[in-house]
Design a protein around this ligand. Sequence first.
Ligand SMILES: Nc1ncnc2c1ncn2[C@@H]1O[C@H](COP(=O)(O)OP(=O)(O)OP(=O)(O)O)[C@@H](O)[C@H]1O
Ligand SMILES: [Mg+2]
Length: 224
Amino acid sequence: MKLSVQNAFVKYKNKKNNTLEDVSLDFSSGEFVAVMGPSGSGKSTLLACMSGILKPHHGKVIWNDKSIYELKDKELSQIHGKEISYVSQSNIFLKEYTINENILLPYNIDIRNKEWLEKAKSILEKFRINQLGNNYPEQLSGGELKRASIARAILMSPKVIIADEPTTGLDKETAGIILDYLDKLAQKEKIVIIATHDENVKKYCNNVYNIEKGKVIRKTYHER
Ligand SMILES: Nc1ncnc2c1ncn2[C@@H]1O[C@H](COP(=O)(O)OP(=O)(O)OP(=O)(O)O)[C@@H](O)[C@H]1O
Ligand SMILES: [Mg+2]
């Protein structure tokens, strides 16, 4: 399995400079990757491009020989969440639905479907929040919501998990639960890509890419 970003450029309309400038990266099975860099350097933009939710203005994103932004909407929606899953920097939940329901809804699964509810429960258990499945988002803390949003992203066992700042603002223990879980996914030959400001996260990663002003300025290899 291979995910590649090829010569990606992004320029937002209201910005003078390019937000991503000629970024090319390759990822393969079993890799745990961190993208680091100052606030505003383009990390979230890069992750959104790789996730299939933001088409770069030039360049391509190739997933297993398919150029994803050249696919039909229907084909791309088959990839979203099922093959490539994305966890945004902010926790996005529908407030009138429970956590269990929020986990199933993006996949058009009936919220009364027992089998899937069980599956959701077992994932929440791994994140030690299984008692919160029937609660509403506003009843959860930031760290609990973050774990729930990662649980939602992995429901379909995607091959690529892209998480934007999955541990920001969390205590060490909660961050550890998340990173250990992502690490297990990488060991199961998934591709795990995160953006982070947290230097402690490096030890989990094979490769750390530093970006500044939309350009990759350094790639560091780490033994995990
Ligand atoms: N939708 C948008 N429209 C216009 N400009 C945007 C948009 N999203 C991001 N930007 C701009 O692009 C630049 C890069 O933003 P991005 O969110 O990718 O940075 P980041 O590295 O993730 O920052 P942080 O560490 O603060 O999350 C910033 O200058 C930001 O203001
Ligand atoms: Mg960001």
